[in-house]
Design a protein around this ligand. Structure first.
Ligand code: NAD
Ligand code: LMR
Length: 336
């Protein structure tokens, strides 16, 4: 007998990331090769035609796992019975807008969507915010979703995590699959702190492997400080500069990996995701902060008890200060 279908709602489904995401979900990359899916595509009226076009193409792929696809501009319809909500659609930053304007515009998107999730989604719904500013958008949605436990909400920092793996694999000339226990701390912004202090490559501490390859411990620290951290934290801007628009396929790939590992379990160490803080590592409760996380298939949990050195603590504190400022800006708007 077939497994029960999972209803996946994707907002902004007519956009770039949506187009890169839908076909991989329908192919089983996210929830596995035995899990049928129903797709609910939410768009604003201007985006509905693009989402309808994607729906036609999904039909043309004749995916064995795809039960049905519905396109709508009504959040109540889109989130009805949703087991998974991928909040991709957001207001892009317009010319002349500052961060506060962007937060205000997105509060008007993620607040009502959080409320619609609480009113219409399945009891087991899990929500991932992708649209930027992702951490604070997740906070807005979680706050508006009265009755839905806070630990059902996360924001995407898996792309930053995978970017860090890519940079380390290249520097060490190994496959990324040999690396374990890298962490992205903080916000999905350039204040994030990519941390290799617990990371290993084939069981050897990454810092030792870098020292061996780069000619000593000082050279390894210099590479981490001057190349690795700014490269990973600034990669989103680098992609925008080189491509002319923000990352798409790599972002969709990170969404797939985030949900796959959350639903099917992490293996081989931890990954990174932004979760609603319960005070772990001194991060103020309620902020949506990236942590090292694992899942046994029932949801992400923060890996606790790691010894953070002074540099990691300072990097985390700086990024958490930015998250707190974003929360305060949204609070001042009355959106929390
Ligand atoms: P896009 O502009 O191509 O698509 C966004 C879509 O969202 C559009 O089709 C738009 O009509 C739709 N939309 C806007 N408001 C909506 C609403 N209220 N309800 C439903 N749909 C709505 O953008 P994209 O390239 O797909 O990127 C989407 C978001 O993801 C952006 O905010 C981008 O900055 C962010 N992003 C995040 C990460 C991450 O790692 N967290 C990485 C890359 C991009
Ligand atoms: C990314 O990390 O690629 C994006 O979040 C950048 C952006 O601002 O869209």
């Amino acid at each position: 007998m077939d497994a029960a279908p999972v209803t996946v709602t994707i907002t902004g489904a007519g956009g770039q990331i949506g187009y890169a995401l839908l076909f991989r979900i329908a192919a089983g990359d996210m929830l596995g090769p035995h899990r049928p899916v129903r797709l609910r595509l939410l768009e604003i009226p201007q985006g509905v035609r693009a989402a309808e076009g994607a729906a036609l193409e999904l039909q043309d792929c004749a995916f064995g796992l795809l039960r049905d696809v519905e396109v709508t501009d009504d959040p109540a319809v889109a989130f009805a019975g949703a087991n998974r909500a991928l909040l991709v659609g957001s207001r892009p930053r317009a010319a002349g807008q500052d961060r506060a304007d962007l937060l205000a515009a997105n509060a008007g998107v993620f607040g009502p969507q959080g409320a619609a999730i609480a009113a219409h989604a399945a009891a087991d719904v899990r929500v991932l915010a992708v649209g930027n500013p992702a951490n604070t958008n997740a906070l807005i949605a979680a706050t508006a979703a009265e009755g839905v436990p806070a630990d059902r909400f996360s924001a995407l920092t898996r792309l930053d995590h995978d970017r860090a793996l890519g940079q380390l694999a290249s520097a060490l000339d190994v496959s990324p699959s040999h690396l374990r226990d890298v962490t992205i701390w903080g916000n999905h912004s350039n204040t994030q702190f990519p941390d290799v202090s617990h990371a290993t490559v084939d069981g050897v501490p990454v810092v030792d492997a870098l020292a061996q390859r780069l000619g000593g411990a000082d050279a390894a620290v210099a590479w981490l400080d001057n190349v690795f951290i700014p490269r990973v934290a600034g990669r989103g801007a680098e992609i925008i500069e080189v491509r002319g628009s923000s990352s798409v396929a790599s972002a969709a790939n990170a969404v797939i990996a985030h949900v796959r590992d959350e639903a099917r379990g992490t293996h081989d160490g931890w990954t990174s995701a932004a979760l609603v803080s319960r005070g772990e590592y001194g991060v103020a409760e309620g902020l949506v902060c990236s942590f090292p996380v694992t899942s046994d298939g029932s949801g992400y949990r923060v890996v606790e008890g790691l010894d953070l050195g002074e540099r990691v603590r300072a990097g985390l504190a700086a990024s958490v200060a930015e998250l707190a400022a974003e929360r305060d800006a949204v609070l001042a708007l009355g959106a929390l």
